[in-house]
Design a binder for this molecule. Structure first.
Ligand SMILES: O=C(O)CCC(=O)C(=O)O
Ligand SMILES: [Fe+2]
Length: 276
């Protein structure tokens, strides 16, 4: 969410990494759904029983994107069972909505559910003509536990806001965009935690001169025609962490494209720090 630079859907639905919720995972989940979960049950106990910094040290990959941008990826960040508990809690309790967005002078319904949670007193955020209501962390205690896990994994981090997205199936997606917003500062860390169906997450280098604030139209068109953007793909699994760092928002766009084979729900949480 944020500055939607290019909002066309990707032309390659169906190719590339297959985004399947493995049957064993689905079975595990339906077995667990027999009992109901209150926020207390999914709260602190499980989160305190594992060491997030150890998960990062054991299984991290750092991709240097060049020019001060990098991505940290930890495929097995939160233990599977705890991730399913959080998935179930969020799926049932978050006040999800699908706002109407204004993109290139046309109204369209956002192709996924979302919600926004933030500390009190922060400046509002807006994207594509939509200013989401900021819900309070206090109303969703497990979110504080997930935030705590992320903070323990990333020493020095201090996130104060959260965009949640829920993708109901393979048609739900987020188009190419960057979260390059003044409120996040020039080099924000954006930490993304995934629960449920795995999906492909793509990063693509912005065309030269495409950064916000550029008004050199002819130069941009000329440069664009020869420009073959570098691209990276990450499969974001159940319980994984991905952090975009440095100038990633200024120099790269990212997306979660449509995938016909993504049959089940994915919930993604992106933690951010709105500067005061
Ligand atoms: O769902 C994801 O992995 C990415 C979501 C995203 O890019 C956003 O909320 O800005
Ligand atoms: Fe984003």
């Amino acid at each position: 969410m944020g500055g939607f630079l290019a909002t066309t859907d990707l032309p390659h639905g169906g190719e590339g990494t297959v985004s399947l919720a493995r049957p064993t995972m689905r079975l595990q989940r339906s077995l667990r759904l027999v009992g109901s979960l209150s926020s207390g049950e999914v709260s602190t106990s499980g989160a305190r029983r594992f060491d997030p910094s150890e998960s990062v040290e054991r299984g991290k990959t750092i991709v240097d994107l060049g020019n001060g941008s990098e991505v940290l990826h930890v495929p097995r960040f939160i233990p599977t069972e705890l991730s399913w508990k959080w998935f179930d809690y969020l799926d049932r309790n978050i006040p999800w909505s699908r706002p109407t967005l204004r993109i290139f002078d046309r109204d369209s319904i956002q192709p996924r559910d979302s919600c926004y949670v933030a500390d009190e007193g922060l400046p509002k955020i807006s994207y594509s003509g939509h200013t989401p209501h900021a819900y309070s962390w206090n109303d969703y205690p497990p979110l504080r536990d997930i935030l705590d896990v992320v903070h323990r994994a990333l020493p020095g981090s201090s996130f104060n806001s959260l965009v949640l997205n829920r993708y109901g199936g393979g048609n739900d997606h987020v188009s190419w965009h960057s979260d390059e917003e003044v409120v996040y500062g020039p080099t924000p860390d954006i930490a993304s935690v995934t629960f449920g169906c795995e999906r492909e997450f793509l990063l693509k280098k912005k065309a030269p001169g495409a950064s916000k604030g550029s008004c050199n139209e002819p130069a941009r068109k000329r440069a664009k025609s020869d420009f073959v953007p570098e691209q990276h793909s990450f499969t974001l699994k159940h319980g994984s962490l991905l952090v975009m760092r440095g100038y990633t928002q200024r120099d790269w766009v990212h997306s979660v494209p449509k995938r016909a084979k993504a049959m089940s729900t994915r919930i993604n949480l992106t933690f951010r720090c709105v500067l005061l």
